[in-house]
Design a protein around this ligand. Sequence first.
Ligand code: FAD
Length: 321
Amino acid sequence: MAILVYVENIEGKFKKSAFEVVSYAKAIANEQGTDVTALSIGNVADEELNKLAGFGASKILKVDQDQLNQFINKAYAAVIAAAAASEQADLIILSNSFSGKGLAPRLAAKLEAGLADGAMELPTFSGSDLQVKKTAFSNKAFATEVITATKKVIAVNPNSHEPVRDEASATIETLTPSLDAADLNIVIKDIVRATDKISLPEAEIVVSAGRGLKGPENWAIIEELAEVLGAATACSKPVSDAGWRPHSEHVGQTGIVVSPNLYIAIGISGAIQHLAGVSSSKTIVVINKDPEAPFFKVADYGIVGDALEIVPKLTAAIQAH
Ligand code: FAD
């Protein structure tokens, strides 16, 4: 079974999720006695492409047509489908990232493949059937899905599979798929980056705050804690609804789903709609003045007290180390 992995880059540099999905594919390849081909779309230098070999890719396909430098869902799905055909790949793996969420179902439909999106573990095989555990219902539940179709697409949740070094040497080949005009009928003219901060869906540490912070004037303590931890900042829905923070930081059922190694929830009650976005975090720390706050039920560590006093002390203690 040939395996193709689509790896995402931002302005020519691979995202962490690129190494995660290559590692994920390599673990499957080792078990199945096959190799991993990675597919990169857009202008990426060979030096950067070679980094994929360090995580187990033995062949790297680059598609570097200029018109594909910006992500276009339809065109990227067409390119991945063309690469899957040229590699005769039956298993296609990508990240369940912001763009992967739109790409995976389109690709699966195009290939008439079975799709498991939101995979959180390595799959198991029974003959040619593949079984994988995934998140379901806006992260409120887990489901185990079996894909019986010959072609299979897996979209792996960011941060659910640590990249593992696996030094190999890889060949780099250029693929030039022919694209229909219809695949390129959406043209992105310009992207203006709103912030240089760490990307929330992929952050390894998230410092998140809720209405318990009382108002936007108190967010400096959240920013400072995030700064010393190298974390992304996030918030609950009422906070972004009130305009205290941008909507891009809103986490939960109706916002962004995160799965960091560490989620610090400050002054957030822990409503089910919020927990839907954070339940696959590896470690959850809750700071809340109410010992009965529901968030404590899912916390690994909890501090009961006033966030406005505790957070600056926590920041100072971390800085001191
Ligand atoms: P609150 O519920 O007001 O809680 C504030 C918390 O801060 C309390 O636990 C309090 O004890 C604590 N606190 C107060 N002062 C301090 C202090 N000084 N120090 C420490 N702690 C303090 N919410 C989301 O977040 N994300 C979603 O995606 C989302 N989607 C929704 C979808 C639907 C359809 C609906 C109906 C609701 C949705 N909500 C969502 C809203 C959700 O139900 C909650 O209302 C919301 O999460 C509560 O936000 P909060 O915890 O910041 O505020």
